[in-house]
Design a protein around this ligand. Structure first.
Ligand code: NAD
Ligand code: DAU
Length: 361
């Protein structure tokens, strides 16, 4: 039985990945989820898997070397899927240090503990072990508005935000481990994910949540920045494929070929909300274009991201399964049906964050 150590499994992509893996492999795998439960980690995301005998949750911090080392000593870990990170660009602009601590130091600790556990005396590594480092397309910087310009695996790194700089540093550490020790790893660099369980500080869930409440929809700058949106389950499928079939030491870009301007995303959300809300639901009155409010641009705001997923397509046969028009409808329906979840995660700390970000802009 393969044992996975998933870090950050209580977050957005991590929890979707765990649901996908149990859905696909059932009792044939074991998953240990190591998560510090920061504001972004929510055990509620995993309520339905909690009772499984092949699932263990460990409340812990990836920067805590002793605890991580214990996990490797107590369990014969085959695969590490490393999601845990501080993930929000705006927060990194306000408070970069925590991004360095979690994303850089945390990755170094994970790499070192895995290396110690998996290395043979002669410096080779035990068979069947792999470290899958989940990273982002933001490490490549920003693309011009040229339809032929894409991010490839060979595109030089040019991160701009403290978040992307910290992720670039973590990627470099993984590359250094592969080059120096022959450490068995892959890196995936993925574009913007959307779907259920995404914390409502990110564009899509924030706009859904605010529109339902009749609150302003804050558009940074001119609203024409472009992101390449991928349904989160397609990302989970790509990670599973790279774990099982990706060639060791390779990097794979993962993206949806689904570029959209931010302002267009907002119009799609408003239209879809109006279609999905029952005719007698009082929140329908809130959902209007009048909420769209242009605010001061994000500092260092990258203009355009677009992934060329040619390598993962040609080498491993991966293509996204979910069309954007279906994925966004599923996502909006999920948020409409899980108002209690949104309520829980948007109380307390979130309210303080929201007013520090958006009030008086
Ligand atoms: P998220 O913020 O929703 O979740 C992060 C998780 O990590 C949370 O559960 C949090 O509690 C946990 N965590 C944070 N610090 C920790 C620590 N010190 N120790 C243990 N756990 C800790 O993030 P996400 O959007 O799910 O992103 C997951 C990963 O995927 C990140 O590495 C991110 O860089 C990468 N990624 C995200 C996207 C995206 O669009 N969201 C796209 C490409 C890559
Ligand atoms: O590209 C992958 C990255 O996508 C991941 O590595 C990050 O973890 C993830 O957060 C995401 O980063 P972005 O900065 O692209 O996502 P965000 O949802 O914060 O913003 C998407 C776009 O929307 C961006 O151009 C900024 C804009 N925006 C965002 C917010 C929160 C607004 O106009 N208004 C807003 O209130």
């Amino acid at each position: 039985m393969t044992t996975y150590l998933v870090t950050g499994g209580a977050g957005f992509i991590g929890s979707n990945f765990i649901h996908f893996m149990f859905g696909k492999y059932g009792d044939d795998i074991r998953i240990i989820n190591l998560d510090a439960l920061t504001y972004a980690g929510n055990p509620e995301n995993l309520k339905s898997v909690e009772g499984r005998s092949n699932y263990t949750f460990i409340h812990g911090d990836i920067t805590d070397r002793e605890s991580v080392s214990e996990i490797f000593k107590d369990n014969d870990i085959d695969i590490v899927v490393h999601f845990a990170a501080e993930s929000h660009v705006d927060r990194s602009i306000k408070n970069p240090e925590i991004f360095v601590r979690t994303n850089v130091l945390g990755t170094a600790v994970m790499l070192n503990c895995a290396k110690e556990a998996w290395e043979n005396e002669d410096g080779s590594f035990k068979a069947g072990k792999k470290f899958l480092h989940v990273s982002t397309d933001e490490v490549y910087g920003s693309l011009p508005d040229d339809p032929d310009a894409y991010f490839y695996e060979t595109t030089p790194y040019q991160p701009h935000s403290p978040y992307s700089a910290s992720k670039a540093s973590s990627d470099m550490l993984v590359k250094a481990y592969m080059d120096t020790y022959g450490f068995p790893a892959n890196i995936t660099n993925c574009s913007n994910n959307y779907g259920p369980y995404q914390f409502p500080e990110k564009l899509i869930p924030l706009m859904i949540h605010n529109a339902l409440q009749g609150k302003d929809l804050p558009v940074y700058g001119d609203g024409l920045n472009v992101r390449d949106w991928l349904y989160v389950e397609d990302h989970a499928k790509a990670i599973d494929l790279v774990i099982n079939e990706g060639r060791l030491f390779e990097t794979y870009n993962v993206g949806g070929h689904n570029e959209k301007k931010n302002i267009d995303i907002i119009h799609i959300i408003l239209d879809t909300l109006r279609e999905e809300l029952p005719i007698d639901d009082p929140r329908r009155n809130n959902v209007t274009e009048n909420l769209i409010t242009y605010v001061t641009d994000r500092k260092g705001h990258d203009r355009r991201y677009a992934i060329a997923p040619d390598k993962i397509h040609k080498d491993l046969g991966w293509l996204p399964d979910t069309k954007f028009e279906n994925g966004i409808r599923t996502t909006i329906k999920w948020y409409l049906e899980h108002e209690d979840w949104v309520e829980n995660v948007t109380s307390g700390e979130y309210l303080k964050y929201y007013s520090s970000m958006y009030d008086n802009r």
